[in-house]
Design a protein around this ligand. Structure first.
Ligand code: BDR
Ligand code: CA
Length: 311
């Protein structure tokens, strides 16, 4: 178990919601803030959804900061078909008070990384990379100050999930992803090759449904929704659980295997826009700053979520 201060940058999103519930239930994570971005649903909805999850988890101590309202260059592309109209599937959304927080997510990323000691903050990204890319452009010094960037995004062996070539978070803002992957920051990447190994089987959801408490109930509702949508739209396989993987890696890195790599993002071809070219053939693997997750222990990740939501 590792101690970590972190900022979670996300676009809730059903699986972002599960990631937040896992993080909020993990006392060893010092969550400095949750920043949100336009992605699965609009920027207004992702910020609202993060506040809803924070309310369920009873973590009013964590600020939620709304961020960029559209990708850097390309037009927005949402994924409501996988997350429902609200972005949180079938979860009933009790009204949450507007807490008056008006700092912008990009300002928060820059000021927090500049004010805290260098090398002490991890940034987890589970949505399009727009906020972090903007922060890196605005203040390049944050690149050397961030401890690790831990992202969900990209695909190599598995191919794409929004097009044949591209995974959604990268497709939604490929120019931002190229800035982040080209930055030189230390990055751990949970692409579809990893997250497709972490699937919400009937038995794994039932184990969470058997728990008491608002966070466990919300988690089970989100997972049931994903399972139903996956069955309707993809057919044949249990729903993959993407966004909790980076949080699980922070909590239990032994559940994952990584390989050093370099990553370039396709930003020019309309056919393969957002494709991640993940190169393992490196002249000096020890000097690599990016690590690609090749294997994930799906049962281990679900056991971790279940254990955390039980307490
Ligand atoms: C990613 O895309 C989004 O729809 C999910 O929330 C996840 O971050 C998976 O490709
Ligand atoms: Ca997401």
């Amino acid at each position: 178990m590792s101690e970590s201060s972190l900022i979670i940058d996300c676009d809730p999103g059903v699986d972002d919601g599960v990631a937040l519930l896992l993080a909020f239930a993990s006392p060893e994570l010092d969550i400095l803030g949750v920043t949100t971005v336009a992605g699965n649903v609009s920027a207004a909805l992702t910020a609202r959804n993060a506040r809803v999850i924070r309310h369920i988890a009873r973590r009013p101590d964590v600020p939620v900061l709304a961020g960029c309202q559209r990708p850097l260059v390309r037009p927005p592309v949402e994924a409501g078909h996988f997350h429902g109209e609200t972005g949180l599937g079938d979860l009933s959304l009790d009204p949450v008070a507007d807490d008056g927080e008006c700092r912008h997510a990009v300002d928060f990323l820059v000021s927090t990384l500049m004010e805290r000691p260098a090398g002490t903050i991890d940034v987890v990204v589970t949505g399009p990379f727009t906020n972090l890319a903007m922060a890196m452009v605005r203040e390049p010094e944050i690149i050397a100050r961030v401890r690790r960037v831990v992202v969900m995004g990209g695909a190599r062996r598995e191919g794409g999930n929004i097009t044949a070539s591209a995974e959604y978070n990268i497709f939604a803002d490929p120019h931002a992803a190229q800035i982040v992957f080209g930055s030189g920051a230390a990055i751990v990447v949970h692409g579809l090759d990893a997250t497709h190994q972490v699937r919400a089987t009937e038995a794994r959801i039932a184990a969470i449904e058997a728990l008491d408490g608002a966070s466990a109930r919300a988690c089970a509702t989100l997972l049931r929704f994903s399972r139903r949508i996956e069955a309707e739209q993809v057919r044949g396989l249990d729903a993959p659980l993407h966004d909790p993987c980076p949080i699980a890696w922070l909590l239990a890195p032994e559940l994952f295997e990584t390989v050093p790599c370099e990553i370039q993002v396709e930003t020019a071809s309309p056919l393969t826009l957002g494709h991640t070219a993940v190169e393992f053939r490196l002249a000096d693997p020890a000097a690599a700053t990016i690590h690609w997750v090749t294997a994930a222990d799906g049962q281990g990740v679900f056991d971790l979520i279940t254990e955390r939501l039980a307490t």
